[in-house]
Design a protein around this ligand. Structure first.
Ligand code: RIB
Length: 287
């Protein structure tokens, strides 16, 4: 039995830093180039594992060097990879520009992530998914997870129209302020069955919507260098703490600090903070 099972994507991130993001048709000079492990699913799984959760991953990598490297990253963070397939296509790749302010723009080429098949996820307290693998796969996994008594959490990113049949299977949703509007708003998501909708607003903090009303959490103050994967860090850390038995507000406070810390390091997977760093920042913020 795992604490958290993440059903999702794994990518190799090809990252160029630029002074400012290019406009359409414009060429701008880059300052640095680096390759990092990433993908919303893998980022979330690593965030959960580094938050102390026994974590399993369900996904697919390609039969290429990137796939081998991504599997090694999962193993080195202690993530169970028995649900990871190796497909005869290239691994997913993300082309990322990061500006001097730490903002980014991203193009994802799904590759192997498009081949992730509907499967019953390993038994876990919390099952977490995002939208970089087929929607039918997520719906199948959530249906099985709920039948087994797990809590289901959907981070609806990158956002797209979703069937009510999937939304009705989500116990918790973690959209950002743009995604929640595209999905019809908090009230619609709650009316379809979500017990909690957490709207993340970057440096403006987060809102927790439940049957008890709305609670606001301020963002932890940091100087960001790269915001890539911050939302993934939030969802992964949140699930780890929910699986550990924290109440929603406690888990949210932890996740909010973890996400802020992730923006202080470059790259997606490499920036996911260990639990000790989050606990230290939390304790300092409470003094
Ligand atoms: O959320 C950030 C992630 O989006 C990156 O790691 C990239 O791979 C894309 O999936």
């Amino acid at each position: 039995m795992f604490d958290v099972c993440v059903v999702g994507s794994a990518n190799l991130d090809l990252v160029a830093t630029v002074n400012r993001l290019p406009a359409p048709g414009e060429t701008v000079p880059g300052s640095t180039y680096a390759e990092y492990p990433g993908g919303k699913g893998l980022n979330q799984a690593v965030a959960a594992a580094r938050s102390g959760a026994a974590t399993a991953f369900v996904g697919a990598v390609g039969s290429d060097g990137a796939g081998t490297a991504l599997l090694e990253v999962m193993r080195s963070d202690g993530i169970d990879i028995s649900g990871v397939a190796v497909a005869s296509v290239p691994s997913g790749r993300a082309l990322i520009f990061v500006s001097a302010e730490g903002e980014n723009s991203i193009v994802v080429v799904a590759g192997a992530n498009d081949t992730v098949e509907a499967t019953v996820p390993p038994s876990a307290t919390v099952v977490l998914a995002q939208l970089e693998v087929p929607v039918d796969t997520i719906e199948y996994a959530f249906r099985a997870a709920k039948a087994a008594g797990a809590t289901t959490v959907l981070n609806p990113a990158p956002v797209k129209p979703l069937p009510d049949s999937l939304l009705a299977l989500c116990d918790v949703l973690t959209p950002n302020e743009h995604e929640v509007e595209l999905l019809g708003g908090v009230d619609r998501l709650r009316s379809l069955g979500a017990a909690a909708v957490i709207v993340t607003r970057g440096a403006e903090g987060a809102e927790l919507h439940t049957s008890s009303g709305v609670a606001y959490i301020a963002a932890h103050p940091v100087v960001p260098v790269d915001t890539t994967g911050a939302g993934d860090c939030f969802s992964g850390a949140l699930c780890a703490r929910l699986a550990a038995g924290d109440d929603m507000l406690g888990a949210l406070r932890y996740a909010s600090v973890a996400a802020a810390l992730s923006t202080t390091q470059p790259g997606a997977v490499p920036s996911m903070p260990p639990r000790a760093a989050v606990l230290l920042a939390l304790s300092l913020s409470e003094e």
